[in-house]
Design a protein around this ligand. Structure first.
Ligand code: GRF
Length: 188
């Protein structure tokens, strides 16, 4: 069975959706006060948190992550709102085994503000993308994408909500397509 770990920096709504449908070995947050850790506790998912500033440099921080992933024999690292650029220490070990979800239709609107940037550009449609992680920013090979329309009646809040709902459908589809087994029906 493929073992997965989720990395998230903040709210963790994508983590929650995944944890309800798939066994998650652990969730990691790079912020000790992130709400995703509360979600993990409530769901009974093992969770870890440490921060870049607690290490000498990014290589040392990522070496600690590699150690954690290796201890748990993780097959697939699932980034879900992990707000750091993945650097060479982590990529050297997990490139090809690490995916990310981005709230725009890449290569349109990469970066930390995909929703706001699409909104500000006045697009008629944006979307959601799941891709492999490489050394660039949201530049890795695309696995699957879905278009999301922007409606006449939208505010940025309703537009954003529609994008998030699309993420919650797309990420489980992709995990399944990569051979991650769902939880048996009815288990928590
Ligand atoms: C999502 O929109 C994801 O695409 C982006 O960051 C957001 C995380 O939201 N990378 P959440 O923490 O899963 O609620």
């Amino acid at each position: 069975m493929k073992k997965i770990a989720v990395f998230a920096s903040g709210n963790g709504s994508n983590f929650q959706v995944l944890a309800e449908q798939f066994p998650i070995e652990f969730v990691f947050s790079d912020h000790r006060d992130a709400y995703v850790l509360t979600r993990a506790e409530k769901l009974g998912v093992k969770n870890y948190a440490f921060e870049l500033k607690e290490f000498a440099d990014k290589a040392a921080y990522e070496a600690a992550l590699v150690q954690l992933l290796e201890q748990h024999q993780i097959d697939l690292v699932v980034l879900a709102g992990y707000m750091k650029i993945v650097a060479s220490t982590l990529l050297a070990k997990y490139e090809g085994r690490m995916i990310n979800i981005h709230p725009a239709y890449l290569p349109e609107f990469p970066g930390a503000h995909g929703i706001e940037d699409a909104w500000a550009a006045g697009v008629k449609e944006s979307g959601v993308t799941v891709h492999w992680v490489d050394s660039g920013i949201d530049s890795g090979q695309i696995i699957r994408q879905k278009r999301v329309p922007r409606l006449e009646s939208d505010t940025i809040e309703t537009f954003e909500a529609r994008i998030h709902q699309t993420e919650y459908a797309l990420y489980p589809e992709v995990l399944e397509s990569l051979g991650v087994a769902r939880k048996p029906n009815g288990s928590i």
